[in-house]
Design a protein. Structure first.
Length: 125
């Protein structure tokens, strides 16, 4: 299994259907493609354009969850969806209500390395 992720640029993430995101804030509306607008209301993408769980992005979403500015209710909704996806994909996680972290950091570090290689910045831990 590869721990390296293809870096998803903004255009790719914007092209994803709503079902690829862990949570969507309720204030938006749907466009002609049945996607939430504005796109900024969609958070924590973890599925690819075909609807398959992308393991590096799932790990990243789990690691970033506690750093989002979502309401506690939306964070809990996202946490449940991501943990369920992780269990189905047999990704080992250890989440509690205050912190979101992974026992297996290789995926997260590999994702950061891929971002750096693409000219991005390292995500603060």
């Amino acid at each position: 299994m590869s721990y390296y992720a293809k870096v998803w640029d903004t255009a790719y993430v914007n092209s994803l259907p709503d079902s690829c995101f862990a949570v969507i804030e309720p204030e938006g509306s749907k466009d002609s493609e049945n996607k939430t607008t504005p796109r900024s209301l969609r958070h924590l993408p973890y599925r690819d354009k075909d609807g398959k769980v992308d393991l590096p992005h799932l790990r990243n979403a789990l690691a970033r969850l506690s750093h989002t500015k979502l309401s506690p209710e939306l964070k809990e909704k996202a946490r449940k969806k991501l943990v369920e996806a992780a269990k189905n994909a047999r990704v080992e996680t250890s989440l509690d209500e205050k912190k979101s972290f992974l026992r297996d950091w290789r995926g997260f570090v590999a994702w950061q390395d891929a971002c750096l290689a693409a000219g991005g910045k390292r995500v603060p831990m």
